[in-house]
Design a protein around this ligand. Structure first.
Ligand code: HEM
Length: 361
């Protein structure tokens, strides 16, 4: 009898033992979708619109811009100077925040995203929209983590104070201090710079808009950590621009800040640790970018809508040196471990094409 009872309770508990318990989901009023939290149901229509009409060219200029916007909105907070963090102030108070030098080029991003933000303003606040668009932008980049998204940020109250967004010509010390003041460790700062794997510059050298930071700007891979550690030999355009140093591959640009973070003793071993480790990059970037999305917000008051963020396509390549370059081109900076010896991609030296601009289409 006791055995029978034990057996029946085991059978009842079996789904839990096997990890098969599915938490209940709310069926949405559209009768089609379901979400863990019913409040998230209104976002399905926004998601569909953004994926079909904004990020329809995949991990390109619009997706890159949406990710940059996540950062430039969120970092606008400081324990002394104030600011609301990830509150959407960069959109609502753009007349002020776009005058900040570090926000150069954000006008183009807002030109592209702004109409969608306005269209859905009855569903989401600007702060939620920017973080939602950023999380969705990563879902179209192969190799990116599936980042979390929470909603419920109040409308922004004021513009961010000036001088809070790091510049590419800032020192490592200044960059780490800025991030440190809002709770980010050097490890988290370097992890956040994985974002430059799906990025390029329009305005550092305005003569060559859309110049990528690594040889694979449409894939969220560790190539940025490899390319930036290689000896710089050329400028992709006019050269001598503020915040730019020489890069190793024709058609790519290196930011001075990335260059220094890869070489400074405070961060060089961290930088190197990502070069051959896609999993580490995904995990640490995913956590750090979510933390960014909470800056200035009361996390306990926000609703988890992470189940609306699709899984990005997987990364199928493997870390390697660009064609014609090898371990001998590495500027070894970390004193305690050698840079990984990776295979060299076959073929002649690359000329990486510019990223097609959203306003070209
Ligand atoms: C030390 C911190 C950082 C500095 C100095 C920096 C600097 C820059 C600069 C100068 C550009 C090129 C802008 C242009 O000329 O068009 C850029 C692009 C970009 N940055 Fe950063 N960045 C930093 C951190 C971040 C973080 C934390 C993120 C995201 C989490 C991010 C995401 C991006 C993206 C996605 C682009 C490409 C935008 C596009 O192609 O339209 N950056 N960054």
């Amino acid at each position: 009898m006791a055995f029978k009872k034990a057996l029946s309770s085991l059978i009842i508990a079996l789904p839990a033992v096997l990890g098969l318990v599915v938490s209940p989901r709310a069926t949405c009023p559209d009768g089609v979708n379901s979400a863990k939290n019913a409040q998230c149901c209104s976002l399905f229509q926004v998601r569909e619109d953004l994926l079909e009409n904004l990020f329809d060219d995949g991990c390109g200029d619009a997706a890159h811009g949406a990710l940059r916007l996540v950062f430039h909105d969120a970092i606008g907070i400081d324990p002394q100077a104030g600011g609301g963090g990830a509150d959407g102030s960069i959109a609502t108070f753009n007349a002020t925040e776009l005058t900040f030098h570090a926000n150069t080029g954000i006008d183009d991003v807002l030109d592209t995203l702004g109409p969608f933000l306005q269209k859905w303003s009855h569903v989401m606040t600007p702060g939620d929209f920017i973080q939602f668009a950023g999380a969705l932008s990563l879902s179209v980049c192969a190799g990116a983590p599936q980042v979390k998204f929470v909603m419920g940020r109040p409308a922004p109250k004021a513009a961010s104070p000036p001088d809070l967004v790091p510049e590419p010509f800032d020192s490592v010390q200044k960059i780490l201090a800025r991030f440190g003041s809002v709770g980010f460790s050097p490890e988290e700062v370097v992890a956040l710079l994985s974002s430059h794997s799906v990025a390029g510059a329009d305005d550092v050298d305005p003569s060559i808009p859309g110049t990528p930071f690594d040889i694979t700007p449409d894939v969220f891979d560790t190539q940025i950590f490899i390319d930036v550690q290689l000896r710089g030999t050329l400028f992709p355009g006019t050269g001598g621009n503020q915040g730019e140093v020489q890069s190793p591959v024709r058609g790519t640009m290196r930011l001075q800040s990335d260059h220094l973070l890869a070489r400074d003793s405070a961060t060089n071993c961290i930088w190197q640790s990502f070069a051959n480790n896609q999993k580490k990059m995904q995990t640490e970037f995913g956590a750090a970018v979510f933390k960014l999305s909470l800056l200035g917000q009361n996390a306990a008051a926000l609703t988890d809508c992470s189940d609306l963020i699709p899984a990005p396509p997987p990364f199928t390549g493997s870390p390697s040196f660009p064609p014609s370059l090898s371990h001998t081109d590495v500027e070894q900076a970390c004193a305690t471990a050698a840079f990984p010896n990776l295979p060299t991609q076959p073929g002649p030296p690359l000329v990486v094409p510019p990223i097609p601009q959203a306003d070209d289409s």
